[in-house]
Design a protein around this ligand. Sequence first.
Ligand code: C5P
Length: 233
Amino acid sequence: MRRCGLCVALDAPDLATAEGWADAVAPHAGLLKVGLELFSAEGGAAVRRIATRRPVFLDVKLHDIPNTVAGAVRSLAPLGPAWITIHAAGGPAMVEAARKAAEAAGGVARPRILAVTVLTSIDAATLSETGVSGGPVQQVLRLARLAMAAGADGLVCSPREVAPIRDALGELPVLVVPGVRPAGSAADDQARTATPEQVARDGADWIVVGRPITQAADPAEAAWSIAQALRVN
Ligand code: C5P
């Protein structure tokens, strides 16, 4: 049975706040996520500083023409992130360009490329407003196949698509899953959610949890409790 780890999303406005959270949760987390809020405020220093605690998942969700995405991956790789996110919706040439740039820039310790399928905040109605018919599961599977065929190392999907992706694509793709909420905690702006226990049982490699930990009265205790929930599966 595969082990599912905890990645904590450090969505802070400044590095001091993020480093405080990182120190509190590091004993219970295998990965720490630097996202757009922190990276926009602090740039590469955020990745370098947080990486002194745990490997960094740099969630910048690149989505542009292949040449521009390849250039961004080349610029980000020296910061030393373990993972960089791109949008699968950028198409196979963009995914392939990101993979090749990561390989060229990073050698053996290259950053791994994670392709985001459909954002966890998007429900069926919103997806259809963007012109996509068929619902989230169908669209996630389409993008997952496209991204893995084009060389992505793994996928970001919501809790609802973990089991369908394992059924369709097998054990190989690394699955990283935000939108996870312990029983009884607020969904916030997430639409397609499930509990840590369920996501681990379905076959995720990592769950990504932000506000239920960082906004808790005791972030260390909240992270510990979620890490425990992952273990009992
Ligand atoms: O606070 P919360 O647990 O909702 O944080 C989830 C994190 O995962 C956020 O940093 C968000 O940017 C990120 N994320 C997501 N859905 C995706 C990809 C990333 O919520 N599809």
